[in-house]
Design a protein around this ligand. Structure first.
Ligand code: NAI
Length: 488
């Protein structure tokens, strides 16, 4: 039977609009297209059943179709309630040869503006492969690979198995977030239906490839607690991922989100950027480029010193909060911007989070702050009238606003990230003997390959080592060019 009609998206009629976007994106994603050319015939991902949880954007659509071109079967959900581009989701569900009436694409479960209950329902759908199994006459019912962004899919498997082993799902505690309560409910239902569903899924998984800093952090925590159930490749820490997507991607998509959300002039404003890691560096550079006066905060003396030497004032939020027009958070930490700060902010100050989770801004406390009233200006832009007598503007309810208020990073930079993703999927799926349970980064020669695949499109002329130079510095002509600890 055809799997194509199995999806839940906003509107299949948007497929044609999405397909146009995909065609343009393919031209800007030379890394992914090169992998299609290199592996399209040998199809190394044949037999791979990939459960994907990553923002369902145009760029992700090109990633999905690349995985399929390499032989994989895919089920997909977004990793954020606001980040889906409905036209891209439609193009994926309908497929290049299908029509909205006779879809022939990939099972995708994603739309812009999901509730948290919808979100976790969608995430569960990427683990249910019973229809594919029936079609193939197989006994497996789950995926054998995860492609994750932020670690929610990986977390669901680990928590599900943990509760199955315990025989019960714990009651939520007072400190548990609304979202975690939803997860507990999902797993409670699952346990009522089956006592070993997640245990079996975990056993069938060959591994996960993780996209972002926050998800990678969760993986290392699991590994150091000896709780990681399958091997993982940390895609984020490929140089061609974090030093490009996190930095140059944000440099593009943060101002894009601010402009689309508010159209406020950035030049001359005082902007506060919390965190001067890869994301913070891109954010600070972009806003300075627009003529803003940028103030950075950091907890790490090395990053603080970097920010200072890059010419930014470095200060604590408490010291400057009353002067700031736009607050940007990109730390991967939680409770960075709290209600005590919000109450001191200027009238109509803007709060924009680009860190992975919404708890970077203490939205939970804002929602129960006495006297605070929310007024929706338009989708993903809320005015909060505060008891201070002033208002603040919160973008995307404190979630990733570059994806919620704009369309995320552009194709060219995502081609770097996603070429790493595809190579990581091939590594884990085709060479499991190289990767016992643990967290790995891709070898340097593959990182360099990703960069190489993007040079021609930018007209880059790379200098080639002479044999004598190669011998003199002890670096092979074809690389790898740097030792692993080199920092770029
Ligand atoms: P990073 O680890 O390079 O940088 C984070 C920085 O924040 C660190 O230097 C850390 O010292 C600092 N920090 C931590 N707590 C802080 C606090 N309370 N106040 C001030 N600074 C603090 O991480 P990276 O790669 O920059 O990622 C940051 C977040 O952005 C992560 O959650 C990541 O998943 C997410 N991300 C979002 C993207 C997007 O499209 N919006 C793209 C890539 C990453």
């Amino acid at each position: 039977p055809s799997l194509a009609p199995i999806f839940k998206i906003a509107n299949p009629q948007l497929a044609e609009a999405g397909r146009h976007q995909l065609r343009l994106a393919e031209n800007e994603m030379p890394g992914l297209m090169a992998l299609r050319a290199e592996f399209g015939e040998s199809k190394p991902l044949t037999g791979a059943r990939i459960a994907g949880s990553l923002h369902m954007t145009v760029q992700t659509a090109v990633l999905i179709e690349t995985l399929v071109a390499l032989g994989a079967q895919v089920r997909w959900a977004s990793c954020n309630i606001f980040s889906t581009q409905d036209d891209a989701a439609a193009a994926i569900a309908v497929g290049p040869t299908g029509t909205p009436e006779a879809p022939a694409g990939v099972p995708v479960f994603a739309w812009k503006g999901e509730s948290l209950e919808d979100y976790w329902w969608c995430t569960q759908q990427i683990f249910d492969w019973s229809i594919e199994a029936a079609a193939a006459g197989e006994t497996w019912t789950g995926p054998n690979m995860i492609l994750d962004d932020g670690g929610d899919a990986t977390m669901l498997v680990h928590k599900g198995r943990e509760f199955e082993l315990a025989g019960a799902v714990p009651e939520a505690t007072a400190s548990d977030s609304h979202e975690y309560r939803v997860v507990l409910d999902v797993l409670r239902h699952s346990l009522a239906e089956s006592s070993n569903r997640w245990t079996e899924i975990a056993a069938g998984l060959a591994g996960v490839t993780e996209e972002t800093t926050t998800g990678v952090h969760r993986l290392y925590e699991l590994a150091s607690a000896h709780e990681l159930l399958f091997p993982a490749i940390n895609v984020n820490d490929s140089v061609t991922k974090s030093k490009f997507d996190n930095k140059y991607g944000i440099r593009h998509s943060l101002p894009d989100g601010l402009n689309r959300a508010t159209d406020v002039l950035i030049g001359g404003k005082v902007v506060f950027v919390a965190g001067y890691g890869d994301v913070g560096k891109g954010a600070a550079e972009a806003l300075r480029g627009q003529g803003a006066r940028v103030i950075v905060s950091e907890i790490d003396p090395i990053n603080a010193l970097q920010a200072a030497m890059d010419g930014f004032q470095v200060a604590r939020l408490e010291s400057v909060v009353e002067q700031v027009d736009i607050f940007v958070s990109g730390t991967g930490n939680f409770n960075v911007i709290r209600t005590e700060h919000m109450l001191k902010m200027k009238h109509l100050a803007i709060i924009a989070n680009v860190g992975h989770f919404d708890n970077e801004i203490d939205m939970a406390a804002l929602e129960i702050l006495e006297g605070a009233v929310r007024v929706e200006i338009k989708p993903q832009v809320d005015e909060w009238r505060l008891p201070s007598g002033r208002s603040i503007l919160v973008l995307s309810e404190g979630r990733l606003m570059n994806l919620g208020n704009a369309t995320g990073h552009p194709s060219f930079v995502m081609s770097n990230s996603f070429t790493n993703q595809v190579l990581a999927q091939i590594e884990l799926y085709c060479y499991p003997e190289k990767y016992p349970v643990g967290v790995y980064v891709l070898p340097k020669h593959l990182d360099e390959k990703v960069a190489r695949l993007h040079l021609d499109a930018l007209g880059v002329e790379l200098t080639v080592l002479s044999p004598e130079q190669s011998a003199y510095i002890g670096v092979p002509i074809d690389g790898p060019y740097k030792v692993d600890q080199y920092r770029y």
